[in-house]
Design a protein around this ligand. Structure first.
Ligand SMILES: Cc1cc2nc3c(=O)[nH]c(=O)nc-3n(C[C@H](O)[C@H](O)[C@H](O)COP(=O)(O)O)c2cc1C
Length: 169
């Protein structure tokens, strides 16, 4: 798919068919995540791939808006490593760039996905860290639920001329 088309037509998908996602597609999602830009090219990310039903079903218990994980075939917890990047703000934006790459690649490959916010909400970070036994230096930043889409959402109008400022505010 052409890049601009992928960016404009990607939507958050929260209904999935339950069909299994092949391993080579999971690898492509993670490869695209690792090609995201990062400050000083530190690439401070780690990815927890969740494809076991029993663990996917635990996610709605540790995240208040993750009900779709009961239907999702896969989830990816994008984490940042404070041993690699010590500025938490940079960890968050670097992992956000990686997360967006996952969403766009998923769309390109015919999958649906939705970004579930984790960082900086302690009440989501703490139970997720506990569930996955994350070491002290690993911060969970975002959770992505994925699967083959079982809903179609049309492209909304979002272009706002009044948000664009040329050369001055
Ligand atoms: C930081 C962040 C956190 C989000 N958290 C959630 C969430 O907890 N649950 C959810 O269903 N969607 C979540 N979303 C998805 C947004 O609701 C969605 O991107 C927004 O409504 C725009 O729709 P679109 O993705 O279809 O363009 C999140 C998105 C971002 C970027």
């Amino acid at each position: 798919m052409e890049t601009l088309k992928a960016i404009l037509t990607r939507r958050s998908i929260r209904k999935f068919t339950g069909k299994n996602i092949p391993e080579e597609i999971i690898t492509k999602l993670l490869e695209s995540a690792m090609y995201a830009p990062s400050a000083r090219n530190t690439q401070p990310w780690h990815f927890i791939v969740i494809n076991q039903r029993v663990i996917l079903d635990k996610l709605p218990h540790v995240h208040p808006y993750a009900e779709m994980c009961y239907e999702a075939s896969l989830a990816i917890l994008v984490c940042g490593d404070t041993n690699i990047e010590n500025l938490e703000g940079y960890i968050a934006v670097n992992c956000a760039a990686a997360t967006q790459n996952i969403l766009l690649t998923a769309h390109d490959l015919g999958l649906g996905s939705v970004w579930l916010g984790v960082y900086p909400r302690k009440e989501r970070m703490e139970p997720l860290s506990k569930l996955f036994n994350l070491p002290q230096n690993i911060i969970p930043v975002s959770l992505v639920a994925l699967g083959y889409p079982n809903e179609q959402i049309n492209m909304p109008g979002r272009f706002k001329l009044e948000r664009i400022h040329f050369n001055k505010w």
